[in-house]
Design a protein around this ligand. Structure first.
Ligand SMILES: Cc1cc2nc3c(=O)[nH]c(=O)nc-3n(C[C@H](O)[C@H](O)[C@H](O)COP(=O)(O)O)c2cc1C
Length: 360
C-alpha cells in the first residue's frame, strides 16, 4: 500500500470502494452497507461547488456521523477553482479521508457547464484544477473519471496530469460521458489508465459480483474496484469480495436474507417527515436493483412496482422472498431483468444523476 492511503480491511487484498451515488450514498445507506460488510472506502455523493455554494448539510452528515469505522472521501464537482479550494478547506474541518474530484458526471446540465464529465474535453482546465487543489489540500487528493467525453483521445493526457499533480488514487469508470450507464464497459481502457498511472487505480463499471471483481482486477491490472449499483442490489458484495480475493467461494445469500435487507433499508432510510407513500416510492428505486437477483422473470419487480403503501410493499416482499426463504438470491443479476427500462438519460434539467434516471 503506498504511504498515505488508508489501509485495506484485509491487508494486501485489492481495495474495494462504494461508488458515490447521488441521493443514494447518504449516511443511512452507508450504515446499511456497513452492516452487511463495509467496503475499504466510502465516497460521498458530490458536493456541488459554485460561487454561492456551501457544503450540503445532508451530505456532511455522511461524514460527521459515520460510524462504519471506514474512511469517507468527500467528492466535489465544479469548475470554479477558487470556490473548489474554499470548499475543500471547509471540508477539511470534517473527518474526511480526502477530497475526490468528479470528472465523470454525464448529466447534460452539468457537462454543458464544463463541470464533471464535461471537463474531460478540456485537459488544460483539468490541469489547472488539479494543480491548485494539490497545492491547497494537505491530505489525500483523489480523482474519479470516465475514459473520455466523446472518445478516449484525452485519456492518456488526463492520466499524465493525474501523475504530474501527484493524485493519490484514481478511479476509472470504463465508459465515456456519451455512453452514460448502460453501454458495455471498456476494461481495456481502464487497463490502459492503470498501466500509465503512478497511483493506485480503482476499476469501476458493472462490477456485478465478487467473482467479477476478482476477474476485473486481474484483467485491468488495477488495485481494486469501486462498486455502485450492484451494491444496492447486493450489500453483501464487499464481504464477498474479501472472500473471493482470499480464494474462497463467496458466501451464499438467501431470499430470506434479502427480506431482512429490505426491512433494514426501509427503517434506516425512513425520514419521519416524509409521508409513507413517498418513502415507499423511494424504496421502489432501491428495489429496482434488488429485484434483478430475486427471480429470472422479473415477477418480483413487476409486483413491487405496483405497491402504494408500506403494508402492500412488505406483503409483496413476503410473498416473493419468504414463500421459499431458503432459495438462493442470485449473485449475478438475471439476464434481461432490467432495473429501469427506457430511462437511461438524465433530463436536460437534472443537475446530476439519480435513481430516477439511471438503470442497470
Ligand atoms: C443513482 C446514481 C447516482 C450517481 N451519482 C454519482 C456522483 O454523485 N458522483 C460520481 O462520481 N458518480 C456518480 N454516479 C456514478 C457511479 O459512481 C458509478 O461510476 C457508476 O454507477 C458505474 O458503476 P456501477 O456500474 O458499479 O454502478 C452515480 C450513479 C448512479 C447510478
Amino acid at each position: 500500500m503506498p504511504p498515505g492511503l488508508p489501509p485495506a480491511i484485509v491487508e494486501g487484498q485489492p481495495l474495494t470502494a462504494l461508488a458515490p451515488m447521488q441521493d443514494v450514498t447518504d449516511l443511512a445507506f452507508m450504515r446499511v452497507v456497513g452492516h452487511y460488510g463495509a467496503p475499504d472506502y466510502f465516497f460521498t455523493e458530490f458536493f456541488r461547488v459554485h460561487a454561492q455554494s456551501r457544503p450540503e448539510k445532508h451530505i456532511l452528515r455522511s461524514i460527521d456521523e459515520n460510524l462504519t469505522g471506514r474512511p469517507v472521501f468527500a467528492q466535489l464537482i465544479g469548475e470554479d477553482i477558487a470556490h473548489m479550494v474554499r470548499t475543500a478547506e471547509a471540508l477539511a474541518r470534517h473527518p474526511i479521508a480526502g477530497i475526490d474530484i468528479n470528472l465523470g458526471c454525464p448529466a447534460p446540465k452539468i457537462y454543458k457547464k464544463n463541470v464533471g464529465g464535461g471537463l474531460l474535453r478540456d485537459p488544460e482546465r483539468v490541469g489547472a484544477i488539479l494543480a491548485t487543489l494539490r497545492a491547497a489540500v494537505p491530505g489525500l487528493l483523489t480523482v474519479k473519471m470516465r475514459i473520455g467525453f466523446e472518445d478516449t483521445s484525452n485519456l492518456d493526457r488526463i492520466v499524465d496530469l493525474v501523475n504530474e499533480h501527484r493524485i493519490d488514487l484514481l478511479t476509472v469508470h470504463g465508459r465515456t460521458v456519451r455512453e452514460m450507464y448502460r453501454s458495455e464497459v471498456h476494461y481495456d481502457q481502464i487497463a490502459r489508465a492503470a498501466a500509465r498511472a503512478r497511483c493506485p487505480v480503482l476499476a469501476n463499471g458493472n462490477v456485478t459480483s465478487a467473482l467479477r471483481a476478482r476477474e476485473i482486477v486481474s484483467q485491468t491490472g488495477s488495485r481494486g474496484v469501486m462498486i455502485g449499483r450492484h451494491a444496492i442490489r447486493n450489500p453483501w458484495i464487499f464481504a464477498q469480495c474479501r472472500e473471493a480475493f482470499a480464494g474462497l467461494p463467496p458466501s451464499a445469500v438467501t431470499l430470506g436474507d434479502v427480506r431482512g435487507y429490505v426491512d433494514r433499508l426501509y427503517r434506516e432510510t425512513r425520514d419521519p417527515e416524509v409521508p409513507e407513500r413517498a418513502h415507499v416510492n423511494k424504496m421502489k428505486k432501491y428495489l429496482n436493483f434488488v429485484g434483478q437477483g430475486v427471480d429470472p422473470r422479473g415477477d418480483f419487480l413487476h409486483d413491487m412496482r405496483r405497491a402504494e403503501s408500506e403494508a402492500q410493499l412488505f406483503g409483496i416482499c413476503d410473498r416473493h422472498l419468504l414463500a421459499d426463504a431458503g432459495l438462493p438470491f442470485s449473485l449475478e443479476p438475471y439476464p434481461g431483468v432490467i432495473a429501469r427500462p427506457n430511462c437511461e438519460t438524465p433530463s436536460e434539467t437534472a443537475d446530476g444523476c439519480s435513481l430516477e434516471t439511471v438503470s442497470a
